[in-house]
Design a protein around this ligand. Sequence first.
Ligand code: NAD
Length: 475
Amino acid sequence: MAETAIRSPLHLGDDMAPVRDPYTGETIGSVCVVAADAVGAVMRRAREGSATARRMSRAERARVLDGAARMLEERAESFARLIVGEAGKTIVQARKETARAVNTLRLSAAEARRNAGEVIPFDAYEGSAERQGWFTREPLGVIVAITPYNDPLNLVAHKLGPAVAGGNAVVLKPSELTPLSALRLVDTLVEAGLPEDVVTVVNGGAELGAALVAAREARMVSFTGGFRTGEAIARSAGLKRLAMDLGGNAPVIVLEDADLGAAVEACVSGAFWAAGQNCVGTQRILVAREVYAAFRDAFTARTRRLRAGDPGDELTDVGPMITAEAAAAAKALVDEALAAGAGLLCGNRLDGALYSPTVLEDVPATAAVWRQEVFAPVVVLQPFDTFDEAIERANEIEFSLHAGVFTGRLDRALAAARRLEAGGVMVNDSSDYRFDAMPFGGYKYGSMGREGVRFAYEEMTQPKVVCVNGTSDGS
Ligand code: NAD
């Protein structure tokens, strides 16, 4: 499968970089790499693209987005195979990501049609009764979008869809590990009628990303990725709007009255989906002591039944991690926890980029697998004695995205929803449930903005007020 980057008519150098299949190690394509010193040329093209995008009516933007959604749906299997090839997601998971990306584009089209502003009630308070007016939602201009490797299609759709719906131009830098799905998505948008200069894809790594972030022409940096990168971006962006979708370390609480079978099934999926490379993946499971042993035994047995291996195989549950280095780094964190007294219930075997689903207990609260985002197929089980203790332990990490709670009692579910410090609390579900229309983002350290199409669209547009003075009843 040869894929080549062609998404820019600018001549930005002849350097090519290979894209590798994480499972086989084979090169599946190559992309042109843009040097950091070419950012000036990239931004000139983006500014032209911004003028083009601004001229598009809402109907045109919606038609492009709906058209691209339809094409993506028709070509879903080939997109899913591309995700398997470059990201190592299983084919079942890749199909789900593709279906979600179709929805993301459709929701974006709807936003272009619907979310145009509001009437301002000037006569609602004394002093402005002679005025009438409204605010519109205007484009920001050029948006720099930087995306990670783990959802190489849908996370890109979450940038491009709302940005195009809002009438912006985008400079997109996808992960250097998984640029192919992004390129094909942009090709699809162009085929659906998006003018070429509205989205410019540039391939490269941290240096290119940093140069884009620093470019004065950019009005916003919309970033999805890790905390360290987010901090570097925040330090160098200057006076630009920032949207940060960063990492997680999601807790799920299982109360003694929960349906244990359902909790086990959902938490196994939540912990090991996409080989744990999932920002809302379940990392810490807090279980009421009365049911801890039963939960642990069932959870471990179910995990052992997961099939790890070839992500292209319909029966595989857990594919490779993105690189052998990432898998080795995850194992090193687990080994560190084991050396500090943690117990291994299953997993911790390494075979290249394949890292077997790993379940730990008795993990010290100081261990990295408890405190940091592991972003690997690793989950920690932890008993608790009281509801208050469960909430406190769940909340003790300084950053968060999602949390979950399993219980048969409505009062407990609502109390957990109120007290858990998270951008979303899933009741009787694992932390990794996400619907693309809901507001999505971090809750504590690093919480800057929300994705979810309507919310990203609102962050990617700015209100402009029109106020008409001297209105009267016409007599
Ligand atoms: P990463 O931060 O290493 O890289 C993300 C992107 O940033 C890549 O395109 C990379 O090239 C670029 N980059 C790296 N250094 C840069 C710099 N100095 N300036 C500008 N750009 C730079 O993340 P990753 O390893 O690709 O992805 C995993 C991380 O993403 C995890 O922490 C995960 O939780 C997070 N994530 C968050 C969400 C969310 O929506 N909250 C979704 C998926 C992944």
